[in-house]
Design a protein around this ligand. Sequence first.
Ligand code: FAD
Length: 382
Amino acid sequence: MLESVTASPAIQDRAHCLIVGAGVVGLALAWELSKQGLAVTVLEREPECGQGASAAAAGMLAAGVEANAPGPFLDLCRRSSRMWRSWAEELRSDSGVDCELETCGLLRVTTRPESISDLEVRRAWQLTQGINVSELLSLDQLRAEVPGVSAMVAAGLLYPDEAHVHSHRVTQALELAARRHGARIETGVEVTSLKAEGDRVRATVPGRDLEGDLAVIAAGSWSGNLLAGLGVEASVEPIRGQIAAVCGAPGALPRIVFGDRGYVLQKRSGQVLVGATEEAAGFDAWPTLSGMERLSEIAAELIPALTGARFSNSWAGLRPHSAAGPLLGRVPTTDRVLLATGHHRNGILLAPVTADLLGRAVLTGTDPPELAAFSPRVAWSA
Ligand SMILES: Cc1cc2nc3c(=O)[nH]c(=O)nc-3n(C[C@H](O)[C@H](O)[C@H](O)COP(=O)(O)OP(=O)(O)OC[C@H]3O[C@@H](n4cnc5c(N)ncnc54)[C@H](O)[C@@H]3O)c2cc1C
């Protein structure tokens, strides 16, 4: 049952918003709210910010390949995509950190001749949505875009507007920018429970309680742990993703190459990322040999020369997945606690729009209409 509140849950100037989790989502919201003059406290249990899924992300901003049909999710992705350039510029001027936004374009390729028709169907509906996508390209045409594309590739599409950023730099920039606008960010502090009490929210951390007018749970795959205390029976599941990084000459891979099972892309430093596995492995965020084997197969399917490149590093992270898609807005049991999670494969892409819409939800006391399709109240009403 919805808790009755005595005062408007809209946060007034200098009122206090608690944010649980300092990944890309929590930090983006902290930056947004602190810019608007709100007192914000971010609580992060790791010793440093951005160590969860956000640290593992390849950083692609790829609405054209991530949304599989027209609808609210595609609209959300595209809206965020359009925000990214000016967001990155503002972030650089607020933090001094360059997120390395590269609008290099993306080749969506397939090695399965029987999937060519799927690409054509995809292209047809995407054109009706105004998405910038090429005609179907042959292997020769794909190789003119990216030399070294595997002979296994049957055909592909070019999305010239897709981009990528350096995920670690993004969280670093967000932390600096939020702090610069007055956000308090405490690391090494785990929130063990969150409770709505009258017109306040109480967060319990080891040795003390903190109070706020509102709280936002942006705790990634761990968000479900805090819902039980709010009377919400729901969870967010971790989906492990592994990435292998190999050395490459800068500029060798001019576009992202995105296949049926994974992708390769090159960062400004020259490092090439091969990603990513999708595994239900509980809360184990450690790379495995079988994961590396799979990534090696993905590289061979896309750019075979990469399998002989020098191995540089590997890592894994836990994507916050919810069957209902992103969960953005007020929880079912109280107006004073909001959720910002479930971004699964797209938290970096969706950070600007999440901060914008959740920021408005906090400031006005009402979830904006654009969040209706992502409301936890709708997702968990059954
Ligand atoms: C291999 C891989 C590749 C990816 N590639 C892309 C990509 O190319 N593009 C893209 O857009 N997205 C990508 N993603 C997805 C993206 O990384 C996630 O969607 C995004 O990082 C989620 O951000 P978050 O802030 O919600 O979660 P997280 O980054 O996991 O942050 C949650 C934070 O909450 C903290 N926390 C949890 N519980 C508590 C508590 N009780 N108290 C205090 N703190 C707590 C955690 O320590 C953590 O720091 C990828 C993910 C992976 C794993």
